[in-house]
Write a protein that binds this ligand. Structure first.
Ligand code: DGT
Ligand code: CA
Ligand code: CA
Length: 597
């Protein structure tokens, strides 16, 4: 079991224990241990294999150590069986709804006998949730929206979770005899924020029997819960997590064509095929073929085995593109948003020179133990130095966000001393002093102007009043953008993938105002947010609005979120010049200073 899976099991257990009404100190101990596990850089299995006691880990007591040991040894938790004998396991699912924690789930269960999503929906619609102490009409409406969001996102998995889920399977596949090359295609390869299923391609030299053997090997992989189908060229399985995975096994001559076809998107493929037809060519998953005029019209079904026509390409993806007069198009762009026109070779291809990890000089959004982060200023500085950054900013929450221990002006001033100490300890990296300031309900900022003027960087954020209608929410944000000290609007739509829809807001109006007031918009790189959406990033580029890609790290290990963020930035066609945090220190200082008094 991976650390993430162990943390997932223990979280479910902690939720169920809390719903059951267990001692709050015990629950807190569980959650502390879970946070430790989430922040580990070494696998727990390796720690155990090396004979190191798990109780050496911060927050991990004897109880927790034995749970982890049991999970590693058996994949199960006997305590879970005991708890679920009393508390229906379905209840833990309710806590995945935005606005429903274990305490509320317990209340719904005890007072309204609600266990399933359907029962909760009924209760919310009938008014019984609104009548419950501690809930009210607003919270009933919020629950209905959350159920709706969960349903609509059901069946899609965040890309990062999918990557973790398929890693052992890919390793297993790589060891199958005859496998020469492996590639994950589909929306995963295109870098989508979420994936419906995972499409793996394997290049196998040999006959049908050799290919069938690879499919069989695949179905016996780690974490396979169900085999949906298995033949000579294709296998389909479902993993324990519920994620569906398809494998297609291919010979070398059609590898490139299959890679192109199964990478998609469907819209991109349709456009490439249409283009090819105009040139008297047929593109399918098997290759690119020259066809006679009579045949050119009858090529709708790309899955049909191509037996006629002269094969002119198929082994590599670049030769497939070249055969239809196109430069190779990076998978992140294959959404039929103009990439095919931009790749035309006879128009001198002008595909964007996409921003790359090596372009990034720093991160302008992260938290510390001063608010709701898990690491100190010094530890975050160490983490940023490890990444080779030239600069970074500390941006804890402001006072009104009490749930996140937001900073009053006095505490913000006290924090300056600690930042100065860290700066002295790390002279090679420039540390900026910022704050993630709440935008209050009326659009004013949560700190007095003299305090804002004292900071190097001001990030403005909506964390409350998601219920405002679109006009009011937009007006609120536009007012904040007009404040002369604001550098960037962070997580601009508030979405949480699979959990919470964006709050109603006119993104176009926000982008236009950001341009007008010379404010950057954030691409929040946390894989649960990835906010802004790639289409909005594309629009920001068109309008000339600057984008800053930030991790919003709440612990050192989350500084790695820059990678998923950049993938999404690429999907928005962003080049280094569009992204604020590709700037060298001097240029960034000037960028910050332009908003100074
Ligand atoms: P997903 O799984 O919903 O996140 O999205 P994809 O893009 O991975 O879609 P999927 O798994 O249904 O199919 C993988 C690729 O196969 C898709 O991106 C393009 C190709 N493909 C599937 N069906 C069709 C089709 O009907 N026509 C064309 N041209 N391509 C298709
Ligand atoms: Ca797929
Ligand atoms: Ca698929």
């Amino acid at each position: 079991m991976t650390n993430a899976e162990i943390a997932g099991s223990l979280t479910e257990l902690a939720d169920l224990l809390e719903i059951q009404g267990a001692n709050p100190f015990r629950i807190r101990a569980y959650r502390n241990a879970i946070r430790t596990i989430q922040g580990l850089t070494r696998p727990l299995s390796a720690i155990v294999d090396d004979g190191e006691p798990l109780t050496d880990l911060p927050g991990v007591g004897k109880d927790m150590a034995s749970h982890i040991g049991e999970l590693l040894a058996t994949g199960r938790l006997s305590l879970m069986d005991e708890v679920t004998a009393e508390v229906p396991r379905e209840l833990a699912r309710l806590t995945r709804l935005d606005g429903v924690g274990p305490k509320k789930a317990r209340k719904l269960w005890k007072e309204l006998d609600v266990v399933t999503l359907e029962e909760l929906e009924q209760a919310a619609k009938s008014g019984s949730v609104a009548g419950l102490e501690g809930f009210g009409e607003k919270s009933a409406q919020k629950i209905l929206r959350a159920i709706d969001a969960l349903r609509r996102h059901q069946g899609r998995t965040r890309r990062r979770d999918a990557a973790a889920a398929i890693a052992p399977l890919l390793e297993h596949l790589a060891s199958a005899p005859g496998v020469e090359e492996l590639e994950v295609a589909g929306s995963f390869r295109r870098g989508s924020d979420t994936v419906g299923d995972v499409d793996i391609l394997a290049r196998v030299e040999g006959d049908a029997a050799a290919r069938g053997a690879v499919v069989e090997h695949f179905t016996k992989g780690p974490g396979v819960a169900e085999i949906v189908g298995a033949g000579d060229t294709k296998g389909s399985i479902v993993l324990d997590s519920g994620l569906a995975v398809d494998l297609r096994v291919l010979p070398g001559e059609s590898w490139g064509a299959a890679l192109h076809y199964f990478t998609g998107s469907k819209e991109h493929n349709v456009e490439v095929r249409r283009r090819a037809q105009q040139q008297g060519l047929r593109v399918s998953e098997y290759g690119v073929f020259r066809v006679g005029d009579a045949e050119a019209d009858a090529t709708e079904d790309a899955t049909e085995e191509a037996s006629e026509g002269e094969r002119i390409a198929g082994a590599t993806e670049s030769e497939v593109f070249e055969a239809v007069g196109l430069a190779w198009i990076p998978p992140v762009l294959r959404e039929n948003r103009g990439e095919i026109q931009a790749a035309e070779l006879n128009g001198a291809a002008d595909l964007p020179d996409l921003v790359r990890p090596g372009d990034i000089r720093g991160d302008l959004h992260m938290h510390t133990t001063w608010s709701d982060g898990k690491n100190s200023v010094m530890e975050m500085a160490e983490g940023c130095r490890e990444l080779g950054y030239a600069w970074f900013a500390i941006t804890d929450h402001s006072q009104s966000l009490t749930v996140a221990n937001g900073l009053t002006p006095a505490r913000l001033r006290a924090q300056a001393l600690e930042i100065a100490e860290a700066q002295a300890a790390f002279p090679e990296i420039r540390i900026f002093r910022g704050c993630e300031v709440d935008i209050l309900k009326d659009g004013t900022l949560d700190l007095p102007d003299d305090m804002l003027e004292d900071l190097d960087l001001v990030l403005a954020a909506v964390h409350t009043h998601f219920e405002l209608d679109q006009a009011a929410q937009t007006e609120r944000v536009l007012k904040a953008l007009a404040h002369p000290r604001v550098h960037a609007l962070v997580h601009p739509t508030g979405r949480l993938l699979g959990r919470r829809d964006p709050y109603p807001i006119d993104v176009e109006a926000v982008l236009v105002a950001a341009r007008e007031h010379d404010v950057a918009v954030e691409l929040n790189a946390n894989p649960r947010r990835l906010d802004l959406h790639d289409r909005h990033l594309f629009r920001a580029r068109e309008l000339g609005v600057e984008v800053v890609v930030n991790t919003d790290a709440h612990q050192v290990s989350q500084l790695e979120f820059m990678a998923p963020g950049l993938l999404q930035a690429q999907r928005g066609w962003l080049e280094a010049g569009h992204v604020v945090n590709t700037r060298e220190t001097d240029a960034l200082e000037a960028w910050l200073a332009r908003k100074a008094r």
